[in-house]
Design a protein around this ligand. Sequence first.
Ligand code: AMP
Length: 588
Amino acid sequence: MEFSVLANSFYKMESTRKRLELTQFLVELFEKTPIEVISKIVYLIQGKLRPDFEGVELGVAEKIAIKSISKSSGIAIKKIEEEYRKGGDLGHAASVILEQKTQMTFLAEDITVERVYETLFRIANLEGSRSQDMKMKYISSLLNDATPMEASYILKILLGSLRLGIAENTVMDALAITFSGDKKNRSVLQHAYNVSSDLGKVAETVAEKGMKGVEKFEIALFNPIRPMLADRVKSEEETLEKFGERFAAEYKLDGERVQLHIKGKEVLLFSRSLENISSYYPDIIEKIPENILAENIILEAEAVAINENTGEFLPFQELMHRRRKYKIEKAVTQYPITVNLFDILYCNGKSCLELGYEERREKLEKNVKEDNFTKYIPMSVIKNKSEIEEFMENSINSGSEGLMLKMLDKPYQAGSRGSHWLKLKREYQNELGDSLDLVVIGGFFGKGRRTGSYGTLLLATYDEDEDTFTSICKVGTGFSDEDLDQIYQILNPKVTIKKNPRITSEMEADVWFEPELVIEVVASEITLSPIHKAAINKIRKGAGLALRFPKFTGKIRIEKAVEDASTNEEIVALYNGQKKVAHEKNLM
Ligand code: AMP
């Protein structure tokens, strides 16, 4: 397939943020795409080469890209940098530069999507001392044969700056329309995506075998499954109202969610956002195979830091010490953990997702042995209010956050925040009743003692309908010097010259960040706002919602993907809940 077809689609897609239009452009593109290339196209439109969990990163520095443009065009590096500074987009700068060159030469050969993809893949896999030179060689060979427009998109992909704002849901809508004529069939694709986390594979299957083929899509070991999430409840009473007579309660431990894929001694660990986190937990990799009685298995657990002397659970922050590349062995002994299993998703070659909770728990206990390191999460079947209160007391006393409540007969709903799981936290840290997980989108430089860091951050909620991040508040309190330092280290490489199209905000931040980091805040109240964009028009026309007196809790939620942040729907529910409480107070 000619790369120009894809480049033309990119050009059209860059001109809009409207979901319907994007879907239409995608349908037109998929119709022109041969089966063998469709997975590659699906990765490339998201600026990737492979699904996220494989961790294939292009990692080309601007400097190398500029040198490659110079090599291919014969134009001086200084001149390219000048052009780059004018617009702030190296892809565009390259097209302007190469335009000058192609007026003099003719193109050697048409470039294909396959060639671009393979070259990018090679670049991503280069390592070692000569890798920079090799990268330059590969890039300039592509640029030599590319038209200026093609070159601009090749560079954008290489630099990670292709931002079309296309959400997975939009890709699935377009696939459903292309291969079945009906957008409604997205749910079939959604299921396949939920169990594989690999949109390219889903696209290839539907293109090759149609919707019937996708229906037969199965879980594959070492391919992470998108996790099931919980709704929040505020009280024991609300839980009983929602769940009735009999349900399961488990401790809600404050650690890191880990999905374990195990076959003999082969073990892979995935985080809640499906990143491969095996290297942070060599202790799990080493010990867990001995506990497994099945031939192969996929389990879910909370890895929690513990006090080795007392066995008490320690807060999530303790696990941050393991987030390092070197000397991990030292961190393992310094910050010991236990693995607390709470679900089984696959066993002996078969999916367990369709089984009810009780059956899954039974299967889990049958197929995994407990010891001091590997445990089942404490669970109790609850029948009334006093039982849930007592279990909550025990949970809090052990150092947990509260309870997870689960319906006994319900299947595991991969990738969705269903109402079959609820979370109940005891410590109401603020008047809102719960903390919020918000996405950092912008920063304001600090003054005085905070010079050299971002003293205030601009935060956003996730808008599920639009797949955007909508500003909700600025936060500048609750940060220790150490927090500010750590946040600066994380955010500094994420600074962008232009605001990412998925960000909706009218604030003027000093810098904009790629929406990648989630932090936890508490606040006193949610108010209507003329400036912020969270849940805009949902309560009153022209008004968004904002947080009053927000404060950072000290928790950087590195385990959360930005799509797991608090949603506008949740914020509206909290806003309405708060109105109800005020109304009841007035009546008293
Ligand atoms: P939250 O991060 O507040 O949305 O809570 C959901 C998270 O709680 C999950 O992603 C898990 O990491 C964690 N968790 C702790 N204990 C459990 C449990 N028993 N069942 C499911 N998730 C749990």
